[in-house]
Design a binder for this molecule. Structure first.
Ligand SMILES: Cc1cc2nc3c(=O)[nH]c(=O)nc-3n(C[C@H](O)[C@H](O)[C@H](O)COP(=O)(O)OP(=O)(O)OC[C@H]3O[C@@H](n4cnc5c(N)ncnc54)[C@H](O)[C@@H]3O)c2cc1C
Length: 468
C-alpha cells in the first residue's frame, strides 16, 4: 500500500476533536455573568492573550478589579488548538522581522527573549503543569532549494546571537530518521514546547488565584462609553469599568475596527496514537526537537509527553467574509493530505493511527504579527493577529495592550511594530479573491524551487503577504 492508502486507513477512526482538550483534568466551568458588576479592567476573551493580560495586570497592580469575559470556555480558541511551539519570536520569525522592522529588530529579539524568560518564571511561580520545557527546533530541508534558504537563515540567526547549527543530510537523517530529509538548521536557543491545553487551564487558575473574576459562556455583545467608564454588555449583565482590553484574536468581538487588519485563517492538525518503543526507535528523534519544514507551505510536528506525534500545517484556508464556523475545523481534504504527507515523511510508521483531528482559526495580518489599536475615546484597547506564532507572543501582546490601556509610554509602545498598523486587507469580494490568488502563487512558488512569481514579488514590494 502507498502513503495515501495508509493515510485513509490511519484517519478512519480519528475523533473530530482537539486532543489537548480531550482530557479529564479540565477545570470546572466558571459561572456565566448574570448581574451587572463594576471593575477597573474588563478583558474580553479568555485565550492566552486575555489570561496573560489579567495575570500581568494583577501582578503589577495587586488589588485591581479584573473581570475576564469568555464567550465559550477559557482556551476554547486558538490557544488550546495549537502545536505548542512556544517560540521567543515576536515577529513571526527573524526573517519576517528583518523585512519589516530592521531598525527595531535587535530590540524585538531582546524583548522576545525576555518575554520567554518571563514565561519560564510564571510557569514555575504559578506551579503550572503543562509539559513546558525548553527545546531545540529544526527547520528541515526536504527539497534541494531549501538548503540555500537554510544557509541564509543560519547567517541571519547567527548575527542575532541565536545558537544555530547547519546539519547536512546524513546528520539530519541520523537525528530524525526520514528519507525525505536533505539537511536542517538546528536552533538550540530561544524556544520551548508546551501542552497548550494544560497551559490555558493553568493560566486560568493563575489569573483566578491572583484575584481575577472569570465568567465563561459570557460573550461580550456591545460596548458603550458612559461618562468616564465603558459598559460591556453581555446576555446576562453589564460590566462597567475604567478600561477594556479586547483579546478575541481571530473572532470578531464587539468592535469592528480590527477586521480591517486581521482575518481568520484555518490551520489543521492531526495527532497520532502513542508510538511503541519499536516505532520510536525506528524514527530516532531522541532529542525530541520541534520540527518544521522549509517550504512556504510548511508542516510543523513534534512529540508529546506520551510519545504521540502532532502533525499540522501545510494548507491554510480562508472562508469568504472572514468566515468562522465550527464546521471549518474538520476538512476531509486537508486532513487527508496532511495524513498522506505524514506517511511520506515517516514510511516506517505504516499502520500507525491518528486518534484526533481538528482545526482552528489563526488570526493573520499582512505582516504576520500582532497589531494593536484603541477605540471608544481610548478606553478600549484591542490586540490581535499573531498568525501562527502566538503562543509566547500573546504574553507580549497582552503586555503592550496593558501599556496602551493604562496610557503608559514604554519602550514597547515606541516600537514601530506597535505604533504603525499593517497594510489593511481589502474589503470583500477582493479580500477573498486576493487570498486565493496568493495561496495559489505560494503553491506555485514551492513547486518552482521557491522562485517568487510576479504576484508575490508585487506583494513583497509593498511589504504584505499571506501566511499561517
Ligand atoms: C491549529 C493552530 C496551530 C497553531 N500552532 C501554533 C504554534 O505551534 N505556536 C504558536 O506560537 N502559535 C500557534 N498558533 C497560534 C496561537 O495559538 C495563537 O496565536 C494564540 O493562541 C492566540 O491567543 P489569543 O488569546 O489571542 O486568541 P484565542 O486563543 O483565539 O482566544 C480568543 C478568545 O476570545 C473568545 N471570544 C471571542 N469572541 C468573544 C466575545 N464576543 N466575548 C467574549 N469572548 C470572546 C474566544 O472564545 C476565545 O477563547 C496556532 C493556532 C492554530 C489555530
Amino acid at each position: 500500500m502507498e502513503a495515501s492508502g495508509w493515510a485513509s486507513q490511519a484517519l478512519k477512526d480519528a475523533k473530530p476533536d482537539v486532543f489537548w482538550w480531550d482530557r479529564p483534568d479540565a477545570p470546572p466551568v466558571a459561572a456565566p455573568l448574570h448581574e451587572s458588576v463594576n471593575a477597573d479592567l474588563t478583558v474580553i476573551g479568555g485565550g492566552f492573550t486575555g489570561l496573560w493580560a489579567a495575570i500581568q495586570a494583577l501582578e503589577e497592580q495587586p488589588g485591581l478589579t479584573v473581570v475576564v469575559l469568555e464567550a465559550e470556555r477559557c482556551g476554547f480558541g486558538a490557544s488550546s488548538r495549537n502545536g505548542g511551539f512556544c517560540d521567543s519570536s515576536l515577529t513571526h520569525g527573524l526573517e519576517n522581522g528583518l523585512s519589516h522592522w530592521p531598525d527595531d529588530l535587535s530590540t524585538l529579539v531582546r524583548m522576545g527573549r525576555e518575554n520567554l524568560d518571563a514565561i519560564d518564571v510564571a510557569i514555575d511561580q504559578h506551579g503550572i503543569v503543562a509539559d513546558y520545557h525548553r527545546a531545540a527546533e529544526i527547520d528541515v530541508a526536504t527539497e534541494p532549494w531549501h538548503l540555500e534558504s537554510l544557509l541564509e537563515s543560519h547567517t541571519t540567526h547567527a548575527q542575532y546571537d541565536f545558537a544555530v547549527e547547519l546539519l547536512d543530510g546524513d546528520s539530519m537523517r541520523s537525528r530524525v530518521h526520514s528519507p525525505t530529509y536533505l539537511g536542517g538548521l538546528l536552533r538550540r536557543s530561544d524556544m520551548a514546547l508546551v501542552d497548550p491545553g494544560r497551559l490555558s487551564w493553568g493560566l486560568r487558575r493563575a489569573a483566578e488565584s491572583l484575584g481575577a473574576t472569570i465568567f465563561e459562556h459570557t460573550p461580550a455583545r456591545a460596548i458603550s462609553v458612559n461618562g468616564t467608564k465603558v459598559d460591556v454588555t453581555t446576555p446576562g449583565g453589564t460590566v462597567r469599568s475604567e478600561r477594556v482590553l479586547m483579546a478575541t484574536n481571530a473572532y470578531p468581538g464587539p468592535v469592528r475596527r480590527p477586521r480591517r487588519y486581521v482575518i481568520p485563517v484555518y490551520d489543521h492538525v492531526l495527532m497520532t496514537e502513542p508510538l511503541s518503543s519499536e516505532q520510536m526507535s525506528s524514527i530516532g528523534w531522541n532529542e525530541r526537537d520541534g520540527i518544521g519544514d522549509a517550504s512556504n507551505q510548511f508542516h510543523y510536528y513534534r512529540l508529546t509527553e506520551d510519545d504521540r506525534i502532532l502533525w499540522g500545517g501545510w494548507d491554510a484556508t480562508y472562508h469568504f467574509n472572514n468566515g468562522l464556523d465550527p464546521r471549518h475545523d474538520q476538512q476531509d481534504t486537508t486532513h487527508g493530505v496532511l495524513a498522506k504527507h505524514f506517511f511520506e515523511t515517516f514510511p516506517q510508521l505504516e499502520g500507525l493511527r491518528f486518534t484526533h483531528r481538528w482545526g482552528g482559526p489563526i488570526a493573520t495580518t499582512t505582516q504576520f504579527t500582532a497589531t494593536w489599536g484603541t477605540t471608544h475615546k481610548g478606553r478600549l484597547t484591542w490586540v490581535a493577529g499573531y498568525t501562527g506564532l502566538g503562543v509566547a507572543a500573546s504574553r507580549f501582546g497582552a503586555r503592550v495592550g496593558l501599556d496602551l490601556a493604562f496610557g503608559a509610554t514604554t519602550e514597547r509602545t515606541e516600537l514601530e511594530m506597535v505604533r504603525k498598523k499593517p497594510f489593511p486587507f481589502p474589503p470583500e469580494p477582493l479580500r477573498w479573491a486576493g487570498v486565493q490568488i496568493t495561496r495559489k502563487a505560494i503553491q506555485t512558488s514551492d513547486s518552482r524551487d521557491g522562485k517568487r512569481g510576479l504576484w508575490l514579488r508585487l506583494l513583497d514590494r509593498f511589504g504584505v503577504g499571506f501566511d499561517s
